[in-house]
Design a protein. Sequence first.
Lengths: 273, 383
Amino acid sequence: MSATPAAAVSAPGATPVIAVADLTTRFGTQTVHEHLDLDVPRGVILGVVGGSGTGKSVLLRTIIGLRRPDVGRIQLLGEDVYAASTAQRIAVERRIGVLFQDGALFSSMTVTENICVPLREHTALSARDARRLATLKIALAGLPQDARDKYPSELSGGMRKRAALARALALDPEILFLDEPTSGLDPITAAGFDRLLRTLRDALGLTVYMNTHDLDSIHAVCDRVAVLADRRVLVAADLATVERYDHPWVQDYFRGPRGRTAGAVYADAVQEA
Amino acid sequence: MDQTGAPGRVELSAAPDGTAMVRVSGAWTLPHFAAIERSMQPVKTALPAQARLDLDGLSALDTAGAGLLSVLLGPERLRAMLDALPDLAPERRALLETVGCAVHDIFAHPPPQPYALGFIGLLARIGSAVEAIWLQTRLLFGFVGLTLETLARNLLRPQRWRMAALVTQIEQTTLDALPIVSLLSFMVGAVIAFLGATVLKDYGASVFTVDLVSFAFLREFGVLLAAILLAGRTASAFTAQLGAMQAHEEIDAIRTLGLDPIEVLVLPRVLALMLGLPMLTFAAMLAGMLGGALVCVLAIGIPPAMFLSLFHADTPLRYFWVGMSKAPVLAFLIAIIGCLEGFKVTGSAESVGERTTSSVVQAIFVVILVDALAALFFMEMGW
Ligand SMILES: Nc1ncnc2c1ncn2[C@@H]1O[C@H](COP(=O)(O)OP(=O)(O)OP(=O)(O)O)[C@@H](O)[C@H]1O
Ligand SMILES: [Mg+2]
């Protein structure tokens, strides 16, 4: 019996699939990142936390090749994103899935058509098969089936998010980039979302890079947490280490009222298990 | 594990104890989707009620493959079969179960029947198109009324006038359009003078080219050219601006802040155009006649002083007022159409495009229609 994906998961720490080295980002006179380093090994679910406006979204956009860094190098799946040829970049882009902070669904297409776009572009599937697969992805993302033929403007905020997740998952990517995936979801759906991530990571060796403010998500699925503050990654390690990290923002974040509650709930859950 | 590359397939066979075995092998992944589905066909029809699953030959599995497997076996049966496989890797089991649940969900909600095509569909489309035209006309009149009402209410309350917005709009719609309107009118003026000179020369009446140019630009072309340019340039801008705001719920936000979108967004635009188009018309008249004069001087040999004195002697002042009087009316219609189409945007990028196109087409149509009606009216009145 093959265990290829499982092997990948059990050996994190090999070559990182995402490597950010000495990144500096500026908007005019505002410096958002300075000498920022971050490595993400394969098969890891990484939660990136940081105050609002510390540059999480910008960092994500930089990693996936949408914003050239002012200084620094980004490697994605072993390829230097900003030095690669167009063909190499497209090859890398096929292997990643991205969920933008506000969905970024194509507004002139229905949900199903949105998900068919990557399926039709990058595989030899017939239109009918693509639609069937899209239906499956919609169900996997937890979207009600009657949303299939609706346009993005006819969906609720949380439904748009799940539709965008279904599109990000369309090609079973190797790396999934998520910008605040659970914001705007009800807690039950958010928990289902966490479960789905874990299942896909375990079965497919998926690497997940997730910007989030959701403490429950961090406790439930993240193997690693990276804290963005003072224009760099303060610490990137497992949750227990990060919680003990001596920095006022980190302490406020994990030891504040919300952090404590989420932590206590998951500590209980672990003891019961 | 060099089997990972071999496309996935499924076969039925009999186990030593006689029960049927569904033997799944190869890579059940997205690139092999069509091949897997082909190998599923014979199994689908022959699948017995009682069967066991054999996943030992499976080299790779993703959500697409898991989806196919659950469709083939049915989510409930797949679940039962998985329970009978205790030593299946937990991550595979989790994936198959998750996808099985999703497929179960899909089976529970079959897609609705698509809309009927053919003759009935054709009639339905004609009907809805006619209805759309009727509704559009009614809406336009309603919107005109609404705007006039808001205008009347605000006219007496100077503290509610939005001077900053008005001035910005005048700058964008009038001042910025001045070069292009002038250039275009200049060239059309030159062309008309050339045409006139060519036709009138045969009758020895070249000097009447002056009258031709001045009549044409004062009565018709000055205002028409400026209005058509504004219809293309500004009606589309209004639609796109208000449409993008509509799509991002900004107009709803204006309402919930206790403001009136007509007052905040439409009035400054309407007033700006009603003030701006007369100015542009004036510029177009001047530029057109300048173009005509240049041709008269260079090609026909009428000296500038003579051009001016002929113009002064032959052209009554009321021609200027005939042309000018149309400007505010056309401006009002252009602005109203641009804004109304903007409000009709429904949130998709496509609808912004549709509405913008429709606003330009409608605005140009209305400009030419109203100008033609006005020309008839003024001629009958002998003005
Ligand atoms: N295109 C841009 N031009 C100028 N400044 C920008 C631009 N995009 C982002 N910024 C600035 O960069 C900083 C980081 O923004 P970013 O969107 O990454 O925040 P974030 O960490 O994702 O916040 P949130 O958690 O609220 O989503 C902010 O101060 C923002 O103003
Ligand atoms: Mg952000």
